[in-house]
Ligand binder design. Structure first.
Ligand SMILES: NC(=O)c1ccc[n+]([C@@H]2O[C@H](COP(=O)([O-])OP(=O)(O)OC[C@H]3O[C@@H](n4cnc5c(N)ncnc54)[C@H](OP(=O)(O)O)[C@@H]3O)[C@@H](O)[C@H]2O)c1
Length: 208
């Protein structure tokens, strides 16, 4: 499937560039940003995401409706919510083992929030959707088998979830939409289908 709308990707590491490659295969135009300037990213992108256009981090949401967040959670203090504004923010982040987190993140988790609910609190004007966090960069690049692989989508904004469903389809996965953002906790590290392929039926049952 081809999605004509361009997307932004914040983070040009393993996850961000794998998402950019999957988007390119799906015919989706990508603007990608990191801590580096577009000129500094040039050779990196030639190797890892040659179809993507490098932009400055503060410009990542310009001209797009969806921004994929692929920055380590420990670095989120340095991501300004104004960069995202009122766009759909697709939170693809996870806490990696004992990764140190910003204080506001630790406090939100201690209250029992899912990690994307904490992200939503940090980005109050954005329409936050949790998606693609449970698929590794290898899984993103893996050839598609005849069995569809599920990608969970969790949001409190049904229209945003549906929009991200179209994007996920373009990336080569089968969207399974959960009832709300908090349900995304079932796709965090340590859960059954984190980095483990699930069919849409398995994922639907798991997200209930
Ligand atoms: N790796 C995976 O398979 C995978 C899969 C799904 C989800 N995730 C999640 O995605 C997130 C990123 O993981 P990763 O493996 O891609 O990490 P990574 O390879 O270390 O890449 C991190 C990227 O974030 C950029 N970055 C850091 N601070 C930034 C800031 N303030 N503004 C803009 N960009 C910033 C870095 O910029 P520079 O390049 O300039 O240093 C780098 O491009 C993590 O939360 C991880 O759990 C990873």
């Amino acid at each position: 499937m081809s999605l004509s709308k361009p997307i932004g990707i914040l983070g040009a590491g393993r996850a961000g560039t794998a998402l950019a490659r999957a988007a390119a295969r799906g015919g989706v135009e990508v603007r990608i940003a990191s801590t580096r300037t577009p000129a500094q990213m040039r050779y990196h992108l030639l190797q890892y995401a040659p179809s993507a256009t490098a932009v400055r981090a503060q410009d990542v949401a310009q001209g797009v409706e969806n921004v994929l967040l692929a920055v380590p959670q420990e670095d989120l203090d340095d991501v300004e919510p104004e960069w995202i504004g009122d766009r759909i923010l697709v939170d693809a982040t996870n806490r990696w083992e004992e990764e140190p987190l910003p204080e506001w993140f630790e406090m939100g988790l201690a209250e029992g929030l899912s990690s994307s609910e904490v992200v939503a609190r940090r980005f109050p004007t954005a329409r936050v959707v949790k998606a693609l966090n449970h698929i590794s960069h290898w899984g993103m690049d893996a050839p598609r088998s005849s069995e569809p692989r599920a990608a969970a989508i969790a949001s409190n904004d049904a229209a945003a979830a549906a929009e991200v469903g179209q994007l996920v389809t373009a990336l080569g996965f089968e969207p399974v939409i959960a009832s709300n953002l908090s349900a995304g906790i079932r796709t965090e590290p340590g859960t059954a289908y984190f980095n483990v392929a699930a069919t849409p039926e398995q994922m639907s049952r798991h997200l209930l």
